[in-house]
Design a protein around this ligand. Structure first.
Ligand code: ZN
Length: 99
């Protein structure tokens, strides 16, 4: 039981480290009414532990916020991904990026 919990924490720590290494793209998210970190669908899938198909379903349902760049690339609001991610749940929060 305790062993399983430890593994979960390790996975989360690794994920947070991974997210922090990603190239930061900040953009204004209308839904959040804030400048947030925007990630590509591949990264969202990794962060949420979902398949790409599930990510697109979330985009369509409005669970995940996204913007489309001028060249047609989808950028997903990381805050919305983490908010609805089971893995991060209630108490987990990413550290604020330095301003
Ligand atoms: Zn948002």
């Amino acid at each position: 039981m305790g062993k399983k919990r430890t593994t979960e924490i390790l996975v989360e720590t690794k994920l947070v480290t991974t997210i922090r290494r990603w190239t930061s793209v900040h953009a204004y998210c209308v839904a959040c009414d804030a400048n947030v970190k925007m990630i590509v669908p591949d990264q969202a899938a990794a962060a949420a532990g979902m398949s790409i198909t599930a990510i697109y379903a979330k985009l369509e349902s409005g669970d995940f916020h996204f913007i489309e760049s001028s060249n047609g690339q989808i950028r997903i609001c990381l805050a919305s991904v983490l908010k609805s991610s089971i893995r991060f749940g209630e108490s987990k929060q990413l550290p604020e990026p330095p301003h």
